[in-house]
Design a protein around this ligand. Structure first.
Ligand SMILES: [Zn+2]
Length: 408
């Protein structure tokens, strides 16, 4: 019995060996180049938003190990003008660098079909699975938005598409209002599928923050503190003095951060006043010399109901925006415009806030916001605050009182 089995096995092996060696000489490649393995994927449905089936079906004929689980380097692709639309090619288990394998694959397509090549995956950027870190929703999310796909492809990412997509979604996408089925704020709480969102902080590998975002944060925030960012140390912020549920609900509409309504004095609603008769409300942020917000006092005009201020909820939501670190006004028809208040938190503001809270308090951003921002914005508060930074945070710095006007 055993002998029979052995013979059968040898026969099978022999078949594979001849199949392989036949394949090798066929493409007319240079001596050291190997022909990739070819495979077919079932054609079903629209796979644009999901991972290529080839990631699973492309397997080694001998070992039956799928492409994604192969060790060493691998490259998966197809030749664009191959008349057989369902044929794919892959290298795997190769010691050569991915760049070499890509070059070989491209050369094969050129020689065989005079064709350009579509590289589907290199070392599991798009096929990444293995430990289950592959995230269909995160990959679909990247594919859905052309600008993200471009950014990912450009990143030469060390991250898989899953991890990159998740990082982007959690650090900016969510705040920007981007959506994809299966992604929500909950997706950002678990740690699987990518490096923590803290590593993003506008680095070239993933945050997706632009110079415009940095300029926004510079103008509305860091310009008040010698070019360094000012924010709450934690994204969970206490608000005292507000018990009205609809006021709380309005404040909770702010993305990026969370609020606790209790008696701890971080953001403080200090009641009504007529100190600034024309303002619906005003806010005064204060921070420590290490860039950590220490307190922010909000007051509303005693006459708020009779002076065309829209709703108290929106005025409060707007003032809380100042307290989060948006220490200026926008001019985009949104909630943070100086005349109160549209209910829309615009994408500019969402992105700015997401960037501000992706950076540590006291981060120097002048160079990243360069050019236009520095000259235009520096005139107001100028050098006075330039030298106040101090990691121990000993000094308390009083920021500007930012007032919000009524319509009229
Ligand atoms: Zn305001």
């Amino acid at each position: 019995m055993n002998r029979l089995l052995l013979i059968a096995l040898l026969l099978v092996l022999a078949v594979f060996t001849t199949a392989c060696s036949e394949d090798k000489s066929s493409a007319g490649l240079a001596k050291d180049e190997m022909v990739p393995a070819s495979a077919y994927a079932p054609v079903s449905g629209n796979r644009i938003y999901s991972r290529p089936d080839l990631c699973d079906t492309m397997e080694d004929v001998k070992t039956k190990i799928p492409y994604v689980d192969q060790k060493l380097h691998k490259v998966l692709g197809r030749c664009n003008s191959d008349p057989d639309k369902e044929r794919y090619w892959a290298y795997y288990g190769k010691r050569q660098k991915p760049a070499t394998l890509k070059k070989w694959l491209k050369r094969l397509c050129k020689k065989k079909y005079k064709s350009a090549t579509t590289i589907i995956d290199v070392d599991e950027k798009q096929c990444h699975s293995g430990s289950g870190a592959y995230n269909v929703a995160a990959v679909g999310y990247v594919n859905k938005y052309a600008d993200l796909l471009r950014a990912f492809n450009k990143s030469g990412a060390d991250l898989s598409k899953s991890a990159w997509g998740k990082n982007h979604y959690c650090s900016v996408g969510l705040a920007e209002g981007r959506t994809y089925p299966g992604l929500s704020s909950k997706s950002c709480k678990s740690s699987g599928g990518g490096s923590s969102s803290g590593s993003i902080s506008g680095s070239s590998s993933g945050g997706g923050f632009t110079k415009t975002d940095y300029q926004f944060v510079y103008k509305k925030n860091a310009a008040q503190f010698g070019g360094r960012t000012v924010r709450w140390a934690s994204k969970s912020i206490n608000v005292s003095g507000i018990t009205n549920p609809s006021w709380q609900a309005a404040i909770r509409k702010w993305p990026v951060v969370r609020f606790k309504f209790d008696s701890s004095k971080e953001i403080v609603f200090a009641g009504y006043s007529d100190e600034y008769p024309k303002a619906c409300g005003w806010a005064q942020p204060m921070w420590r010399s290490n860039g950590k917000m220490a307190r922010c006092i909000i007051k509303l005009n005693t006459a708020i109901d009779s002076m065309g201020c829209h709703s108290t909820e929106l005025v409060l939501q707007h003032e809380v925006g100042h307290c989060l670190g948006i220490m200026g006004h926008t001019n985009d028809g949104g909630l943070m415009d100086p005349v109160c208040c549209s209910s829309k938190i615009t994408s500019r503001v969402r992105r700015g806030l997401a960037l501000l809270y992706a950076l540590k308090p006291g981060t120097k951003i002048r160079s990243k916001a360069r050019a236009r921002a520095s000259s235009a914005m520096h005139n107001k508060s100028k050098a006075v605050r330039d030298d106040l930074f101090d990691p121990s945070g000993e000094r308390l710095i009083h920021g500007p009182v930012i007032a919000t006007q009524a319509r009229q």
